[in-house]
Ligand binder design. Sequence first.
Ligand code: HEC
Ligand code: HEC
Ligand code: HEC
Ligand code: HEC
Length: 277
Amino acid sequence: MKRKYSAIMLLIVFVLSFTLIIGCQKAKEKTTEVKNIAADTAETVTDQVSETTEVIKRTAVEAKENTVGKLTEEKDRASAIITKDAALEKEVKAVVSIPEKVVSKSGPQERAGGKYVGAKKCKACHLKQFKSWSKTNMYTSFESLKPGQKAEAKTKAGFDPDKDYTNDAECLRCHTTGYGKGGFVSIETTPKLAGVQCEGCHGPGSEYSTIMRKNKQFKLEDVKKAGLIIPSENEEGCMECHGGDSPFNETLDPKYKFEFKERLEKTHEHFPLKYQH
Ligand code: HEC
Ligand code: HEC
Ligand code: HEC
Ligand code: HEC
């Protein structure tokens, strides 16, 4: 009886220790697994941290480069302005000194309010309008008088396409600036006034551009007194050239019809002014 009892006990002990051993094994495995996961996670975190650090570093470097670039740009722009100012000073001195040269050539029909100075003078302060205007055929209207130019249109109007009209007073009064009014005389003596320039529409500029130079916030009334024409206020100014005595008027071809409002838009692109005048 006692024997049987101890045999059972032995069996129980055996089973228990077996379970314990298996359990331990499992626990060990579990621990290793957890350890591995932990290691993996740690590695991922380390990777991410170094990646983020890398990104931050790169951004910082880029930002620095950007700032340096911007600063250099600003510096360049500043020195450009300084040079431009000096150039402007010179331009204006030239504008002021030009009238003497022009006076001797001024005819009796010379307009009140100054002498013709040429588009280049206006360009110094109105680059955008100048660029836009120089894309129109007003800029090249002196070229139109040369032999071979716009041959088809000339033939249609009864002109000889092979003839040189660049010395023809009849054509010059509409294809140049200030002809017979103290402006254009000939391509040899006044090349800077060839074509229909700023002053063809805005009036001779020596006096009003001096006012514009002295005070950017000038009163409109003052520059008008000095000869500035605001074209939309005066269709007659356009009709001196676009009227019925132009060989290229609407009776030759409807495309030459002068629609004032529409044409005002096509003179040059218009940009908002900075100041109230
Ligand atoms: C030294 C610089 C300078 C020169 C040269 C100059 N202008 Fe101006 N002009 C100005 C300034 C500044 C203004 C005002 C700009 C603003 O308010 O944004 C102005 C304004 C004008 C306006 C607008 C006036 C208004 O109030 O509606 C016209 C048109 C004009 N200029 C035409 C000319 C023409 C044409 C010439 C050449 C004959 C010329 N300017 C030469 C500086 C100049
Ligand atoms: C001094 C003469 C003259 C005056 C003043 C004049 N124009 Fe003209 N205009 C011309 C000539 C010449 C051409 C054509 C040039 C060519 O094709 O050779 C022309 C062309 C034009 C064009 C066509 C531009 C293009 O490239 O399609 C427009 C727009 C225009 N003028 C508007 C006006 C307006 C608006 C006025 C008045 C504010 C005016 N013009 C005053 C002589 C003049
Ligand atoms: C009364 C002013 C006036 C006179 C004078 C004048 N023109 Fe013009 N001419 C114009 C105008 C304005 C235009 C532009 C018409 C338009 O685009 O509506 C023009 C345009 C032209 C064109 C371009 C036409 C086209 O379709 O491209 C030629 C070429 C031309 N003129 C040649 C001459 C010649 C050559 C003479 C002299 C024999 C002359 N013009 C005399 C005002 C005149
Ligand atoms: C064919 C006519 C014509 C010619 C040529 C012309 N302009 Fe104008 N300009 C105008 C018209 C139209 C306006 C609009 C103002 C108005 O009449 O109410 C104007 C406006 C301006 C203004 C005011 C701001 C703006 O952009 O509208 C300036 C500045 C100016 N012109 C400068 C010039 C200069 C510089 C040139 C020569 C490079 C030139 N213009 C040539 C017709 C002309």
